[in-house]
Design a binder for this molecule. Structure first.
Ligand SMILES: Nc1ncnc2c1ncn2[C@@H]1O[C@H](COP(=O)(O)OP(=O)(O)O)[C@@H](O)[C@H]1O
Ligand SMILES: [Mg+2]
Length: 232
């Protein structure tokens, strides 16, 4: 059985119907990407998996249990972590306090050392406050806050957005190391090159509908799809 099996997910904001019968699956140890234009429904999909948005129909079978409709802290307890686009770190707390605090309520935890091995930059900055960090360091911290809880699956919402290429390179290396260590990842991105380099399988969402599913290596040879749904 897949680690995550999503079937017929429908989500709304008020009366606006945003997700239409979204179905996808993620195997254990797999890196799956969800691509799509701005406003296509990528963040809403991740929020619906995580229970930040409550889907109105459909199932989210996570590690054998349907978590659709549960509160997000319950879903977090079950081993899912969402790193939001807006990162959500505590600016007034130190890097280390941010990480430790995030791990407090977890049933299992990474040792801090493992976090610092993955992000040496955070170790150097451990006593700096969140609001003293660069954008790239904030993103590392946001990911670290998810990893400290030893998640079964981590959902990354546009982790490379707005970051300098040199930082993107560091972050991509961290993601590759994570994947190599067996971490299951769902990656939402608009950065096609980064996505194709990291993900094994790709879904494309357009106007709230999944319009493509396939191996990443095949997508490179399908410029028509890239053009139609991503405008590249
Ligand atoms: N909190 C919200 N309230 C109402 N509409 C929203 C809200 N968040 C997103 N939307 C709308 O839902 C659609 C999908 O948004 P989103 O999932 O954020 O897209 P993406 O992440 O792919 O850019 C867009 O049309 C967006 O304007
Ligand atoms: Mg988004």
């Amino acid at each position: 059985m897949s680690l995550l099996e999503v079937n017929g997910l429908n989500s709304y904001y008020g009366d606006s119907h945003i997700l239409f019968d979204v179905s996808m699956r993620v195997e254990r140890n797999e890196v799956v990407a969800l691509l799509g234009r701005n406003g296509a429904g990528k963040s809403t999909t991740l929020k619906s998996l995580m229970g930040v948005v409550t889907p109105r129909a459909g199932s989210v079978i996570f590690d054998g249990t349907d978590v659709a409709g549960r509160k997000s802290h319950k879903i977090a307890q079950a081993g899912m972590q969402l790193v939001h686009e807006e990162r959500r770190i505590f600016g007034s707390l130190s890097v280390e306090e941010n990480i430790v605090l995030a791990g407090l309520t977890a049933s299992k935890r990474w040792p801090l050392n493992r976090i610092y091995e993955m992000f040496p930059r955070l170790k150097e900055r451990r006593n700096n406050r969140g609001n003293e960090l660069s954008g790239g360091e904030q993103q590392m911290l946001a990911i670290a806050r998810a990893l400290i809880r030893d998640p079964k699956i981590i959902l990354l919402d546009e982790p490379f957005e707005g970051l300098a290429p040199v930082i993107v390179k560091d972050l991509m290396k961290a993601c590759r190391d994570l994947a190599a260590a067996g971490q299951t990842i769902v990656l939402v991105e608009q950065n096609l090159a980064a996505t194709l380099a990291l993900a094994q399988r790709i879904y494309i969402i357009n106007n709230g509908h999944i319009v493509h599913e396939g191996p990443a290596r095949e997508l490179k040879a399908q410029p028509d799809i890239l053009q139609r749904y991503l405008g590249v």
